[in-house]
Design a protein around this ligand. Structure first.
Ligand SMILES: [Zn+2]
Length: 237
């Protein structure tokens, strides 16, 4: 029986807490689990789309053993058809219920995008990240925007409504802190909102003496989205 998306999220958070507490990897890599998963097949509870960076190892970060995580790693955790195909396989055939896009601090691919460096085939990755981060200059915020962009691409390109209602699939974004070892899951508000509108709302509230509700009235932001926009404007980074 597969874990639900909510149960999976709790398990990943608990796994990261264990890793932080023990500062050791205690995932099950025993001969027994290798034999069982070989003969009975795999039943991973989460798909992780993470960066190839040698310091951000999903199984270690979440203290997960053999058969637990379906991991896709590519520099800058960018999304293209190969990644989407892998996610679809895990959702349709392995009945995995949670997809996590896992960015990390001090990501070289994000830094290359901020520096506009475009050598050789790296340009395919850098161009995707530049689309995601726009004119953002701060590395931490660019990292989060890149994660959100990948979440949105998955939601847009997979038939996510169908997968959500039929399979109970959920997609979340997270950022791993290389220094502390902690995984911070992103607030859902962060990808509910349009970044351009958030910036415009910030500018409007800073350049006038209107309160935030008046600014949102002026910008015709729908009532049901206002809490999300308020939270984003209040967010520091
Ligand atoms: Zn990276």
């Amino acid at each position: 029986m597969s874990l639900s998306a909510e149960e999976t999220l709790e398990r990943l958070k608990k796994g990261n807490e264990e890793y932080l507490r023990k500062r050791a990897y205690t995932g099950d890599v025993s001969a027994e689990i290798c034999e069982t998963t070989d003969s009975e097949g795999q039943n991973p509870y989460a798909v992780i789309i993470g960066c190839s960076d040698s310091r951000a190892i999903p199984e270690v970060i979440f203290n997960a053993g053999v058969g637990e995580l379906f991991v896709i790693r590519v520099a800058g955790n960018v999304i293209d058809d190969h990644q989407l195909g892998s996610i679809e396989y895990a959702a349709d055939h392995l009945h995995t219920k949670l997809v996590v896009v896992l960015g990390h601090t001090n990501c070289g691919a994000v830094a290359a995008a901020l520096k506009h460096s475009r050598d050789g085939h790296i340009k395919y990755i850098v161009d995707d990240i530049r689309d995601a981060v726009g004119n953002e200059k701060a590395a931490d915020k660019a990292c989060r925007l890149n994660v959100i962009h990948s979440v949105k691409m998955i939601e847009r390109d997979l038939d996510i409504q169908k997968l959500e209602s039929k399979e109970g699939l959920r997609i979340v974004g997270a950022v791993y802190d290389l220094k502390t070892g902690k995984v911070g899951f992103l607030d859902h508000n962060e990808w509910m909102v349009d970044r351009v509108l958030v910036d415009a709302l910030k500018n409007l509230s800073e350049s006038t003496d209107w309160d935030i509700e008046t600014c949102m009235d002026n910008m015709k932001i729908p009532k049901e989205q206002r809490e999300a926009y308020k939270a984003e404007v209040a967010r520091n980074i």
